[in-house]
Design a protein around this ligand. Structure first.
Ligand code: PLP
Length: 402
C-alpha cells in the first residue's frame, strides 16, 4: 500500500494535527481541544507554551544559536554546574537525545575499565522489559526482539536478566562485566517500579565487584516522580546517569551525568557531538531548572501524584472490566488495563484526552508537571467517560454474539 505522505512509514501516527498548545491543553488545526496527559512522551514537563521557556528561547534565538564544542558555551557551564550541584554527579556531558545520553554512559563505562587496564571488561547487564533507545547499541541494551529484528547481529556486550532476579544476576556477573544499567521505574516497559531494595542490592553488587551502576532516568527524571530524580526515592546513587526528555521541556536535548572519577576517562578526542549543548538547548534547559528547582515545585508534583493515583485507584474499582491496577510514582503513572490498552487510548482520544500506551498492556498517564488539581479532576472525568464507552461496546458486542 502506498501512502499519500512522503514520510517514512515507521510510526503509527494518529491523524491529529495540532496547531498550538497552552499549559496542559493542545488545540488541533480545526479547533478541537485535547487534555494532554502524554506530554509528548514525558517531554513537555512544564506543559505547552510555558511563558518562562518561551521567553528564554526567544531571547537566546536573537543572540546566538550554535558555535559547536570547539568553544566554551556559557549556558553549558551553567547548566552543568546546576545539575552537578543538585545530583550525585560531579561532571556533565551535554548531548541531543536520550539514546545518545545512554550511548555516552555505555561508552564512558567501557572506557573507564579500559583506562584501568581492563579492555575486556565491556559487558553491560540490563533487565527484561528495559528500554534504552533505538541506536544499534541501545537496542542491544534494551534487548527487545521486536526492536532488534532485521538490524543485523545484536551488538556484543549486553547481557540481560529478568528484573528483580538476584540469582540470574549473580550468574551473569563476571570479570567481563563493566556496568549494570537500569531504569529505576521502567517507562516503555509499563511503569514497572524496580524497588528500593533491588536498587540497593545492585549498588552493593557493583561496589563489591568494581562494576559501575548506570541509571537511565531519561523518562523518570527532572521532577517526573516528585523528586528531582527517581533514584532519590531509594537513596541509592549511580556512577553514571542518562537524562533527556523532561530536561528540555520540548527542546531536544539530553545529558550524561557522572562522578569525577568516571568522567575523567573521556579525555579530549575520545567522544563528542556537534550539536550537543548548543546555546538554544542550554537556554531552555536552564529555564526548565529555574522552575523545577524552585522551592516547593517538587513537593507539589508529589502531592498531585498522590492525589491522581488515588483517583485512578477509584476508577480501577468502578471499571474492573477495563482497568486492573494503577502503578507508578508522582506524575509517572500507569493504568494496567484489563481490556486492550489500544482500545482505551482510542476511547480516551474520543473523550478529548491524550494518554500513551506502554508495554504490559499499560496506559501511561504523564501530564505536564504544572497541571492543576482542577485539571486532574478533568483527566479522571475523561478517563471515566472513555472506560464507560468501552464497557458499552463490550456489552453490545456480547449482546450481539449471545
Ligand atoms: C525515551 C527513552 C529513551 C530514548 O530516548 P530518545 O530521546 O528517544 O533517544 C531511553 N531510555 C528511556 C528510559 C526512555 O524513556
Amino acid at each position: 500500500m502506498t501512502s499519500a505522505s512522503s514520510l517514512f512509514g515507521n510510526y503509527a501516527r494518529s491523524n491529529l494535527q495540532f496547531d498550538h498548545g497552552n499549559g496542559v491543553w493542545l488545540v488541533t488545526r480545526d479547533g478541537r481541544r485535547f487534555l494532554d496527559c502524554g506530554s509528548g512522551i514525558a517531554v513537555n514537563s512544564l506543559g505547552h507554551s510555558h511563558p518562562h521557556l518561551v521567553e528564554a528561547l526567544k531571547a537566546q534565538a536573537e543572540k546566538l544559536w550554535h558555535v559547536s564544542n570547539l568553544h566554551t558555551v556559557p549556558g553549558q557551564e551553567k547548566l552543568g554546574e546546576r545539575l552537578a550541584k543538585a545530583t550525585f554527579a560531579d561532571k556533565v556531558l551535554m548531548v541531543n537525545s536520550g539514546a545518545e545520553a545512554m550511548e555516552a554512559c555505555i561508552k564512558a563505562a567501557r572506557r573507564y575499565h579500559y583506562n584501568n587496564g581492563n579492555p575486556d571488561r565491556f559487558h553491560v547487564v540490563t533487565f527484561e522489559g528495559a528500554f534504552h533507545g533505538r541506536t544499534i547499541a541501545t537496542i542491544a541494551a534494551g534487548g527487545q526482539a521486536k526492536y532488534l529484528e532485521g538490524f543485523g547481529p545484536k551488538a556484543p556486550g549486553f547481557d540481560q536478566v529478568p528484573a528483580g532476579d538476584l540469582e540470574a544476576l549473580a550468574a551473569v556477573i563476571g570479570p567481563q562485566t563493566a556496568a549494570i544499567a537500569i531504569e529505576p521505574i521502567q517507562g516503555e516497559g509499563g511503569i514497572r517500579e524496580q524497588g528500593a531494595d533491588f536498587l540497593r542490592h545492585l549498588r552493593k553488587l557493583c561496589d563489591d565487584n568494581g562494576i559501575l551502576l548506570i541509571f537511565d532516568e531519561i523518562q523518570t527524571g527532572v521532577g517526573r516522580t516528585g523528586k528531582f530524580f527517581a533514584h532519590e526515592w531509594s537513596g541509592v546513587n549511580p556512577d553514571l546517569m542518562a537524562i533527556a526528555k523532561g530536561i528540555g521541556g520540548g527542546f531536544p536535548m539530553g545529558a550524561c551525568l557522572a562522578t569525577e572519577e568516571v568522567a575523567a576517562c573521556l579525555t579530549p578526542g575520545t567522544h563528542g557531538t556537534t550539536f550537543g549543548g548548543n546555546p538554544l538547548a542550554m537556554a531552555v534547559g536552564n529555564a526548565v531548572l529555574d522552575v523545577v528547582l524552585e522551592e516547593g515545585f517538587l513537593d507539589s508534583v508529589e502531592k498531585k501524584g498522590l492525589l491522581l493515583k488515588q483517583k485512578l485507584a477509584g476508577l480501577v474499582d468502578s471499571h474492573p472490566a477495563i482497568f486492573a491496577e494503577v502503578r507508578g510514582k508522582g506524575l509517572l503513572l500507569g493504568l494496567k488495563c484489563a481490556a486492550p490498552v489500544g482500545d482505551l487510548v482510542s476511547a480516551a482520544r474520543e473523550a478529548g484526552l491524550l494518554i500513551v500506551p506502554a508495554g504490559d498492556n499499560v496506559a501511561r498517564i504523564l501530564p505536564p508537571l504544572t497541571i492543576t488539581e482542577e485539571e486532574l479532576d478533568e483527566v479522571v472525568n475523561r478517563l471515566d467517560a472513555a472506560a464507560s464507552t468501552l464497557e458499552e461496546k463490550t456489552i453490545s458486542v456480547g449482546g450481539a454474539a449471545g
